[in-house]
Design a binder for this molecule. Structure first.
Ligand SMILES: C[S@@+](CC[C@H](N)C(=O)[O-])C[C@H]1O[C@@H](n2cnc3c(N)ncnc32)[C@H](O)[C@@H]1O
Length: 227
């Protein structure tokens, strides 16, 4: 009798279609919908992974380890508005750009050499990061005074002896909590001694020097603006 009742229930329900019979149906439908929505995201992720894998780095570019470190710093700081001084072909920028995209933020990157700026523009397009990164082609010493609004993330990587000038130009625009990363601080330490002195003497800043990658036997300063 029990079997009969069950059979009947199944017949009735199968006539109603799988939605009525199959209790997890709404969840399954939601999952299918989610899968359909995330397919382009997965495709984009694959495109980006391939792009980074095949990126033709030049000697000026940051190393993969340093670029990964930059992205992590963008993401964990939750930075919203970043500026990079010295783009080259955009290897660091595309990594930071992924972080800024995730934070719903934006990176402005400044490059003096028009050919480098053009190559970076193409690489940013190849990564589909045009909405998250803007390139300004020009001399950072002239571009920085024209920047508007506040920033909370800085990557200094252009002329080493000019780090202090970039820093002084950007300083009034930096929010408390800003993270400043300066590259090549071991190999080019002498050229940026005035920059180190200025940061160390300023009670608003804390600085550590670390090496995220062994490739160039160099290091980065991570500077935090307290207030
Ligand atoms: C070490 S590379 C930058 C590497 C890049 N940050 C990366 O992650 O791949 C330095 C770049 O700074 C640029 N540069 C030099 N002087 C500059 C200036 N005054 N303003 C803007 N860019 C400058 C150079 O043309 C060069 O492409």
């Amino acid at each position: 009798m029990k079997r009969l009742r069950l059979a009947h229930w199944l017949v009735v329900c199968s006539a109603c279609g799988p939605i009525a019979w199959f209790s997890p149906a709404p969840a399954a439908a939601a999952e299918n919908q989610q899968a359909a929505q995330s397919a382009p995201a997965a495709e984009l992720e694959r495109t980006r992974q391939d792009f980074v894998k095949n990126f033709q780095r030049i000697g000026l570019n940051t190393t993969p380890g340093d670029a990964a470190f930059l992205r992590i710093m963008v993401e964990i700081s939750g930075a919203q508005r970043g500026v990079e001084v010295g783009t080259a072909t955009g290897y660091g920028a595309i990594h930071m750009g992924c972080g800024f995209e995730r934070n719903a933020g934006h990176l402005t990157t400044i490059e003096i050499d028009p050919r480098m700026a053009e190559a970076a523009r193409q690489n940013i397009a190849g990564m589909k990061l045009e909405k998250s990164i803007s390139i300004v082609q020009g001399d950072a010493l002239k571009v920085i005074p024209k920047l508007e609004g506040q920033f909370d993330f800085v990557f200094l990587d252009a002329v080493k002896r000019d780090y202090l000038k970039y820093f002084k130009g950007l300083e009034p625009l930096l929010k408390p909590g800003t993270v400043i990363i300066a590259d090549n601080v071991i190999q080019s330490a002498r050229e940026m001694q005035d920059f180190f002195d200025a940061v160390r003497q300023d009670p608003n800043y804390r600085m550590v020097i670390l090496r995220a990658s062994d490739e160039k036997k160099d290091g980065m300063a991570v500077i935090y603006k307290l207030k």
